[in-house]
Design a protein around this ligand. Structure first.
Ligand SMILES: Nc1nc2c(ncn2[C@@H]2O[C@H](COP(=O)(O)OP(=O)(O)OP(=O)(O)O)[C@@H](O)[C@H]2O)c(=O)[nH]1
Ligand SMILES: [Mg+2]
Length: 374
């Protein structure tokens, strides 16, 4: 489907607005620390560690034995079916794996029995270029010992590696009743926060998530962990907000197709169902694409596999609209690795398809500039 030419009812001022966001890109990477800039709407959180890790989000999984570290890494990054994690063997050494997708995610597992405080370990080697430590707590087991270890790790990291985010996954919540799950989560969070404030670490960068490999929660939690490591996040959020308001989109996600991690979404409140439904749509499109897909035509002499592939004709035609309840889902590939997936509200978006196509095209162009691809 060829790119639609702008018509008179198209919001062309949007283009200028998007370009203005992009002009602030250098600031998104290096924010001005002065108070008036600190509150800038281009920055939603702490400036992450993306730069020094060469824009490769590097994660370290930690936690007690059998807490589920290898399972998480297998399910999220290697497409291991959750039921097969039952047969995983104990990890004995620090193991590293990576996934080559839109970004090269890198994930390492530090086995529970390894004491990284011991002088035998080169801590700089382990933590030197890590963006986030994900600490897994088995919510189905006794967790008091794990909390003590977690506290030691947080205080150590806060002193030695203050740029590392600590993400606590209260894991295996699938086996718990709704009430017990929430009580356990609150109890763990409260204990850690109380201890940290007693020790004077109120501002330690610690976040908590409820996860399970048997549903979407693990993908959603990892998405949030990775987003914090992306220097481009505030810009992407602004672009998605702008797209949502110009096309009356309820919720928009930018997904990494292979891993189903979303690297950004607009900043309106979200619920897990929205993520689930969008992520399922990707599965459907990928499956259908495998059966009925076609080889991407070369663009300017480049093959469809190259990451610089933006605006080719194939991704223009990857549009799916689906009615589900009162909502419409819209998916369009941005390049071979990224897809924009949106939930639209009740009125039929087919009626303003031209407007949506045009604005999504502008968004796609903006993306290519954010990631400096041609
Ligand atoms: N119910 C449930 N079980 C899980 C979940 N995640 C992992 N498990 C199970 O937990 C057990 C241990 O998982 P592993 O991934 O081997 O744990 P680990 O932390 O790597 O263990 P070590 O390498 O021995 O330190 C396996 O039997 C998994 O099937 C989950 O979300 N829910
Ligand atoms: Mg393991």
């Amino acid at each position: 489907m060829p790119r639609n030419a702008p018509s008179k009812d198209i919001d062309t001022s949007n283009n200028e607005r998007l370009m203005r966001y992009l002009q602030d890109l250098h600031q998104a990477d290096h924010p001005d620390p002065s108070p008036e800039h600190a509150a800038s709407r281009f920055h939603t959180g702490r400036v992450p560690n993306g730069r020094q890790s060469g824009n490769k989000p590097r994660l370290m999984l930690m936690g007690q034995r059998r807490s589920g570290k290898s399972s998480i890494s297998g399910v999220v990054f290697h497409k291991l079916p959750p039921s097969e994690t039952l047969y995983l063997e104990t990890t004995t050494q620090i193991s590293q794996s990576s996934m080559h997708s839109f970004m090269d995610f890198q994930i390492a597992e530090l086995p529970g029995h390894i004491d990284f405080f011991s002088p035998d370990f080169d801590q700089a080697d382990i933590f030197g270029n890590i963006g986030a430590v994900i600490w897994i707590i088995d919510a189905q087991d006794q967790y008091l010992d794990a909390l003590t270890q977690l506290l030691n790790t947080i205080t150590y990291l806060a002193q030695e590696w203050p740029n590392i985010n600590v993400e606590v996954f209260v894991h295996k919540v699938d086996g718990l009743s709704e009430d017990f799950k929430n009580d356990t989560f609150r109890d763990i969070r409260q204990r850690i926060q109380d201890e940290l404030s007693d020790l004077g670490y109120d501002n330690a960068p610690v976040s908590f998530h409820q996860t399970s490999i048997y549903d979407h929660s693990i993908f959603e939690a990892i998405s949030k962990v990775i987003q914090k490591l992306l220097p481009q996040l505030p810009t992407l959020e602004s672009l998605l907000n702008s797209l949502c308001s110009s096309c009356r989109i309820q919720k928009a996600y930018l997904f990494d197709i292979l891993s189903k991690i979303y690297i950004a979404s607009d900043t309106s409140p979200q619920d897990t169902t929205s993520y689930e439904v969008c992520s399922d749509l990707i599965d459907v499109v990928v499956d259908v694409g495998e059966i009925y897909g076609w080889a991407r035509p070369p663009v300017d002499g480049k093959t469809g596999d190259q990451r610089t592939e933006f605006n080719n004709h194939a991704c223009e035609s990857m549009v799916t609209m689906e009615k589900k309840g009162h909502k419409y889902l819209y998916l369009r590939e941005m390049n071979s690795y990224l897809a924009l997936v949106c939930i639209m509200s009740d009125d039929n978006p087919m009626e303003r398809k031209v407007l949506i196509d045009y604005n999504v095209g502008v968004f796609q162009e903006a993306l290519s500039k954010v990631f400096q691809w041609k």
